[in-house]
Design a protein around this ligand. Structure first.
Ligand SMILES: Nc1ncnc2c1ncn2[C@@H]1O[C@H](COP(=O)(O)OP(=O)(O)OP(=O)(O)O)[C@@H](O)[C@H]1O
Length: 295
């Protein structure tokens, strides 16, 4: 459905993207992950046909996004990373304007989305918070039932409840066969929605992983408090990866395989247990540190 092949753009400051290549199949949700400045938005702007690459191309439905910009954009819903709407409009007047551009008359889906995202669309955009603007942008990207939806950090500015609503929306559209490309810093969002994800750093794709591989890259820290000190000591000496040990508390790092951790904890009387999950940035950094060179 979406093909990105050798996409290269060098800005005059030496930054940009280099030989970015991946494909997204119909009905797939494809994540695009990487630290700030890695090249996610630049790649997405090329896919939208807003920028002419120095080399390579992107195509949707077999149509080159640059050459067939007008046709291709009819199939796409797009949420930009930085939303600059027409400040003079209200949310609803902006959405009506966008529907007009898309030649869309049926407003059922638009109204349904506004209801799901719970915001007052009559508010002037200049008075909207970042989260509210983000909601307007999400409605604009979804409301015309596009075949492909491209989202640049869709949940930045949304509270946890709305992030969940957004995830549900993506899953519903995915079930209906919509194809997604989504850049994100949120592991939960990627984990809950994506089939595969590309990791980009310094303008280059480092790797493309399926969601299970990605999950196995995630390290979790378990902070276990034992009923007595001796148990804590024995547990800490059991060969698991101990990050900290103080009195009755032992903090263990687990990556991928939980079996041994569960076996060991099962032997003792435990008073409490907390789990801390690594965020995406930490996973990238760990990954780059370990892998070093580009794969
Ligand atoms: N028009 C431009 N002119 C010059 N440099 C640019 C331009 N657009 C982007 N860059 C640079 O290219 C690199 C990639 O930027 P890009 O916005 O694609 O990163 P990103 O992965 O989307 O980051 P973030 O997570 O912060 O949104 C950055 O170093 C950025 O400063």
């Amino acid at each position: 459905m979406l093909v990105v092949e050798g996409l290269t753009k060098r800005f005059s400051n030496g930054k940009g993207i280099e030989d970015v290549t991946f494909t997204v199949n119909k009905g797939e949700v494809f994540g695009f992950l990487g630290p700030n400045g890695a090249g996610k938005s630049t790649t997405i702007r090329h896919i939208m046909g807003f920028m002419l690459p120095d080399q390579g191309y992107a195509s949707i439905h077999g149509l080159d996004v640059w050459k067939a910009q007008g046709t291709v954009q009819k199939h796409i819903g797009y949420l930009p990373g930085e939303i600059n709407f027409f400040d003079g409009m209200t949310g609803i007047s902006f959405l009506k304007f966008m529907s007009g551009m898309q030649g869309m008359r049926n407003t059922t889906k638009r109204d349904h989305l506004i209801e799901r995202l719970q915001f007052d669309a009559a508010t002037p955009i200049r008075k909207m918070s970042k989260g509210m603007k983000q909601k307007v942008g999400i409605v604009a990207a979804f409301m015309h039932n596009p075949e492909v939806i491209i989202l640049d950090e869709p949940t930045s500015g949304l509270d946890p409840l709305m992030q969940k609503v957004f995830i549900d929306l993506v899953l519903e559209e995915k079930a209906a066969g919509t194809t997604f490309l989504m850049s994100s810093h949120s592991f939960q969002e990627i984990e809950r929605t994506c089939d595969r994800a590309a990791i980009i750093k310094d303008g280059r794709i480092i790797t493309v992983k399926n969601i299970h591989e990605l999950q196995s890259m995630q390290r979790k820290l378990f902070e276990v408090v034992f009923a007595n000190r001796e148990d804590a000591e024995q547990f800490a000496a059991s060969g698991l990866q101990v990050e900290a040990h103080e009195g009755n508390m032992v903090r263990i790092a687990v990556q991928g395989n939980y079996d041994r951790f569960i076996q060991e904890t099962g032997k003792y009387n435990i008073r409490s247990m907390d789990v801390f999950t690594q965020n995406l940035e930490d996973i990238f950094m760990d990954y780059y540190d370990r892998e070093g060179a580009v794969q």
